[in-house]
Every structure is written in C-alpha cells, then in structure tokens.
Design a protein around this ligand. Structure first.
Ligand code: ACO
Length: 321
C-alpha cells in the first residue's frame, strides 16, 4: 500500500515582476531572458510571508481533497529557506491549520517535492499514516543578489501542496544525490560568534549556470528514462511529463532525446520562473484544476537542483476530474 493524490493546491505572491521591470534594475533585457530561459515574469513576496503562501496552498489542497486538518497524520514541507531555522515551516502550518499531527521539513532544493513523495511512500508502506499533507514552498527572492543579472532573472516565489491518502498511484520513484557546493550553493547567514575566524559569506544564490545546465539536461533525460522503465510502461504511454521548471532549453533537450511527444511536456515557466521545490506541485495543481488529467493517466515527474539532488517518479492518476 502506498498513496494516491487526493487533492492539490497552490498559491503565490500577488506581485508580478516582468522581464522589462527587471531590465530597469540590472543590465538585462526581456529578449535575453526569454530566449535563454523561457521566463517572461515571476511572482515575488512583498507583504506576504512564506508561511502565508504555504498556508494558502495547503488550505486549497485540503479543500480539494475534502480532508479536514484534524484528520492529517503527517505534514512534510519541502523548502530551502524557511523564515525560521526553528520552528520548521511544517510546524508553523500545523498550528495555523489547526492540525495536531507530527510535522517536519526536508531540504532537497528543487527536488524537494519528489523527496517528500518518497518519504510519504515509506510512511504509507509502514502504515504509519492514512492522510498526509506535503507542501513545497520557496522564497527564492530572499536569497538572490538583485544586482547579479546572471541569477536574479531566473527565480520566483510560490507554494504548491498535495494531500495524499492510501492508494496505489505511485508506480516508480528514483532519487539521487551527488554533493556539490562548487557549482551551486546558497550560504547560510553566519551568526555573531566572537570565536569564529571564518570570513562572512554573502547569503545569496551562487550558480555556475553552464555546469548546472549540463547536470540538469543529463539528469532529466536519465531519470525520466529510468522511472518510466521501472514502472514497466513505454515512454509513448506517458500522458504528461511535469519537468522541473528551471529553463525551457533544458526541457527542450529532453523533448529531443526521449520518445515522448513535445505536447505532453507541461510548462508554466514563462509565468513563474524557477520556484525550486514548488515548481512541480504548482504545475500539477494548475493542470489538475484545468481538468487536464483523467483517471488512469500516467504522469512522469522529474526534478533536479541544488545538492546536487534529483528525483523522478511515475504516477497513475486516480482522482476523478
Ligand atoms: N541578461 C543579459 N545577459 C546576461 C544575463 C542576463 N540576465 N545573464 C548572463 N548574461 C550574459 C553573460 O554575462 C554572458 O556574457 P559574455 O558572453 O559577454 O560573458 C552571456 O550572457 C552568456 O552567459 P552564460 O552564463 O553562458 O549563459 P547561458 O546560455 O549558459 O545561460 C543560464 C545561463 C540561463 C543560467 C543557464 O546556464 C541555465 O539555465 N543553467 C541551469 C540553471 C538550472 O537548471 N538551475 C536549476 C537548479 S537551481 C536551484 O536548485 C536553486
């Protein structure tokens, strides 16, 4: 026994920042950003907190699943930057939702939602839970150097959630990790220890774009091939691919390599940029609310990012549209 997706939800900040607006802050252009990444605009936190959008995504997912917060047995949040180191975002949500279950956060950067699904699979297999909430929420705007054009144009803020119940949606899942702080890192804030002899580091995203690009293209193609084979289905059988939304060119590389037609790749990067762990659950929720998925559809999810980490899975969608 594993899980089925009973409901989905998403939320993002009200403030929209277009490429043209960014071009007034750093030396860039709408044309460069669109053609190199596929991003046209992103959402950025202003007066909302990360917890606010995480809560709203969770509330919508619970409503969609017709599950009350008191029924939850577990809340797992995937985030790389909660507003607090402790309490965790999941504990804050537990309180705000009025749930009483256990709650903890995981940090697997852009692969966080897939890592959370794997955690879920274990809890359901051990029969420790009957109903569970996953929320992936990211405040990328708080970790960007807004004078650095190579990174600040890529990311956005948002939250996506899924409520899981007992079921058999999950056909296959693979995770990987390969430690690498040279190509992609976000240093934490240093404390003020009078004993520290280390230089303070800027707490901003550093990325060697081309290193990450090569890693990402390889990971996306390799992981999709592997989880589809593990599921015992053909690439042609996949109804939709939900790839991490990091760069349209990375997705196009998978389209060129795999035997899945281009129209099956779901894409919303133009409106959100890269929202790390929240990218895939937001995409899932948007498409589900458009009634794109039908009972029995095979969905392939694939994410890659900081760590480096990767995660991919095949789900058989079982929810009525
Ligand atoms: N506007 C205009 N010019 C720019 C900008 C910008 N915003 N950013 C960089 N440039 C310039 C560079 O300075 C460089 O100029 P030069 O040739 O005069 O030196 C030129 O554009 C090309 O720069 P590259 O870095 O080579 O551009 P590239 O085509 O590699 O695209 C990008 C950069 C978009 C970052 C790409 O490498 C990429 O998508 N990498 C993968 C990112 C990713 O997948 N991240 C996922 C994980 S993120 C996470 O986990 C937190």
């Amino acid at each position: 026994m594993s899980f089925s997706i009973a409901g989905t939800g998403s939320a993002y900040p009200a403030r929209r920042v277009t490429n043209d607006e960014l071009a007034t802050i750093v030396d860039t252009s709408d044309e460069w950003i669109r053609t190199r990444t596929g991003v046209k605009e992103r959402r950025v936190l202003t007066t909302e907190t990360l917890e606010d959008i995480a809560f709203e995504a969770a509330r919508r997912a619970l409503e969609d699943a017709k599950v009350a917060p008191e029924e939850l047995d577990l809340i797992v949040c995937a985030t790389i930057r909660n507003d607090y180191i402790t309490p965790s975002l999941s504990c804050m949500l537990q309180k705000r939702l009025g749930a009483t279950c256990i709650a903890f956060d995981i940090n697997a950067a852009c692969s966080g939602f897939l890592y959370a699904l794997d955690v879920a699979d274990g809890y359901f297999a051990r029969k420790r839970v009957k109903k569970m909430l996953i929320v992936a929420a990211e405040a990328m705007s708080k970790m960007l150097d807004w004078t650095e054009r190579a990174t600040c144009v890529l990311f956005g803020d948002g939250a996506g959630a899924a409520v899981l119940c007992e079921g058999d949606d999950l056909l296959s899942l693979r995770l990987s990790a390969s430690g690498n702080a040279e190509s992609l890192r976000i240093p934490n804030l240093e404390g003020k220890s009078p004993f520290s002899k280390l230089p303070a580091r800027e707490p901003f995203v550093y990325m060697n774009g081309q290193d990450v690009y090569k890693f990402a293209v390889n990971a996306l193609c390799r992981d999709l091939e592997a989880v589809i084979a593990d599921a015992g289905v053909r690439q042609e059988d996949i109804a939709y691919v939900l790839p991490h939304q990091a760069n349209i060119r990375i997705i196009e590389a998978a389209i060129n390599k795999l035997k899945i037609s281009a129209g099956k790749y779901l894409i919303n990067i133009e409106r959100f940029g890269n929202i790390s762990a929240a990218s895939i659950p937001i995409l899932l929720d948007e498409c589900r609310r458009k009634n794109l998925f039908h009972k029995g559809d095979l969905l392939a999810l694939s994410a890659f990012g900081g760590g480096f980490t990767t995660g991919a899975c095949v789900l058989r969608w079982s929810k009525e549209s």
